[in-house]
Ligand binder design. Structure first.
Ligand SMILES: O=c1ccn([C@@H]2O[C@H](COP(=O)(O)O)[C@@H](O)[C@H]2O)c(=O)[nH]1
Length: 247
């Protein structure tokens, strides 16, 4: 994999509170990242205007609001967010078939009406902060996390979604079940020796790519580093050594 391919696969999470902080990170990191993720902290603090501000920098945005509600409510929210011009957004697979289908249909209709490309729609499976013990004991769900993730990935695929968000620990199994074109977006990425923090199902950048991840979401290891550009470049260097045959 060359540096441009690696860069395209790196999504930097803009987990900051102000537009100024977000735009500063975008300015520094846009030569080194293929997409920037706006999550709840930045969106709830700055509102939809921050998406427009970031898009104006000529970069792609993944809006990570993890929509999860009844189908009609999600469909109406998706109609509005499609107007923001994001490249990708997500819903929770746990919202079920009707909700995922409603989200996809709504963004398809709205983007056609606006004459813009349809955003990619991906489904969050089991959060990467949940380990096997919490999955069984706290959430009260039976069986291995892996089985639930693959089952939700198959449901998302059946609904026509473009992919899923999952730990790279499940990437190989999802790839095998859902095929080569299904997007597998993997947060919980930690370079060797980096602090895991609240993340439980973590994988290194090279490990995630080798397992079949399509794109890697990285937040604190880059934006919390003393030199974010240096941290991003170190992650890209690790990614480029993964041989194409293992992906
Ligand atoms: O299962 C999930 C879904 C989303 N995320 C988001 O990704 C980033 C990860 O940030 P780090 O600082 O690299 O841990 C963060 O914005 C989460 O909201 C996730 O971690 N796991």
């Amino acid at each position: 994999m060359n540096i441009d391919e690696a860069r395209e696969k790196l999504i930097v999470a803009l987990d900051v509170e102000s537009t100024e902080q977000a735009l500063d990170l975008v300015e520094q990191l846009k030569p080194w990242a293929g997409m920037f993720k706006v999550g709840m902290q930045l969106f709830y603090s700055q509102g939809p205007a921050v998406i427009k501000d970031i898009c104006r920098q000529g970069v792609k945005v993944f809006l990570d609001l993890k929509l999860h509600d009844i189908p009609n409510t999600v469909a109406q929210a998706v109609r509005v967010l499609t107007r923001l011009g994001v490249t990708m957004f997500n819903v929770h697979a746990a919202g079920g078939r009707a909700m995922m289908r409603a989200a996809l249909e709504s963004c398809g209709e709205e983007s056609t009406a606006l004459g813009i490309p349809r955003p990619l729609v991906v489904a969050v499976t089991v959060l990467t902060s949940i380990d096997q013990l919490a999955f069984n004991r706290e959430l009260g769900l039976s069986g291995p996390v892996l089985d639930r993730v693959v089952a939700w990935a198959l449901l998302a695929k059946e609904c026509g979604l473009d992919g899923v968000v999952a730990s790279a620990q499940e990437a190989a199994a999802i790839r095998q079940s859902c095929g080569p074109d299904f997007l597998i977006i993997t947060p919980g990425i930690r370079p060797a020796g980096a602090a895991g923090g609240d993340q439980k199902r973590i994988v290194t950048p090279a490990g995630a790519l080798a397992a079949g991840a399509s794109r890697l979401v990285v937040g604190r290891p880059i934006i919390g580093a003393p030199e974010p550009v240096k941290a991003a470049r170190a992650i890209l260097s690790e990614m480029v050594v993964v041989v194409a045959s293992s992906m």
